[in-house]
Design a protein around this ligand. Sequence first.
Ligand SMILES: NC(=O)c1ccc[n+]([C@@H]2O[C@H](COP(=O)([O-])OP(=O)(O)OC[C@H]3O[C@@H](n4cnc5c(N)ncnc54)[C@H](O)[C@@H]3O)[C@@H](O)[C@H]2O)c1
Length: 317
Amino acid sequence: MTRVTALVTGCAGFIGSTLVDHLLEDGHTVIGVDNLRTGNLDNMSLAVKNSRFKFIEKDICKEDWGSRIRAEVDIIYHLAAISSVKLSVENPLLVHRNNVGSTMNVLEMARIKDVRRVLFSSSAAVYGNPTEIPISEDTPVAPLSPYAASKIAAENYMRAYSRTYDLESVVLRYFNIYGPRQAYSEYSGVVSIFINQALAGLPIIVDGDGTQTRSFLHVDDTVRATRLAGDTAAAAGVTMNICGEESVSINRIAEQVVKSVREAKSEIVHGPARVGDVRHSLGRMAKAHEVLGFTPSVSLDAGLAETVEWYRNLLKS
Ligand SMILES: NC(=O)c1ccc[n+]([C@@H]2O[C@H](COP(=O)([O-])OP(=O)(O)OC[C@H]3O[C@@H](n4cnc5c(N)ncnc54)[C@H](O)[C@@H]3O)[C@@H](O)[C@H]2O)c1
């Protein structure tokens, strides 16, 4: 395997920090950039002990964000973003500036420094309420939230830079990713919210009637797909869904969490539906399978049980 120097934006976040650990484990050199907006230094506790890792605390919306990077970078994994649909509805301008502006700055640095490949973490949110299920990459995009619109704009800049400047771009449309290190707040993912409510002995609050469905993918599978997309020559210029293989209702997630958190028999209650939320989201993963040879390996029940244990230990520490 060729060792590379990889730049990871959003390196202190949930998926970014897991990616950093995997890249370091395989002997690569990693420069990580994060402004710690939602990221957490604890997520990098393993990485910072490694001499092949360098952390730069910086806001990548600032044009000079790359000024401290002297090394030649082979590949950029651009994961930094404000990833909350809810926050984008409350403050669309903030999310636009952060998600689109940062992508422009990353692409500019790639262009100027002659970086070979840039990967971008887009989202299933771009499909809105899809016209077909399962959703393929050819399903029309139809943003329901400013967050989704920011991802489409950033995707388009990726494609434009790729065509104009001969840069290899790869767009990964992540669906619902869950697992250890996902932050817990009212803005975070449903799995981390439900687990933390249950561990605190609080009722689990399902937004809407809970029959809305998603395809969940464990963070380790997500990182494996992302690494394959970074390493596979044929992935250049491709947009791919990265998702779980089954459609799961939010009610089922709530029930499974109650089962896994054995000590607290939380009640499941229903609140108002979220603005900008899509009803159903199940991706077709044929392209990731065909181009990368990727198939998920962590089952939902095993992944949820492991994630519950992780939060349980976190609360004890
Ligand atoms: N988690 C999911 O289910 C999911 C689904 C679809 C897409 N995504 C995308 O994957 C990426 C990673 O998501 P995550 O769940 O790990 O989110 P996260 O919030 O844990 O990580 C994002 C990281 O980016 C950093 N960041 C944000 N703006 C920045 C800026 N201007 N400068 C520097 N750092 C900045 C944050 O501090 C954080 O550490 C995001 O682009 C997100 O939109 C995630």
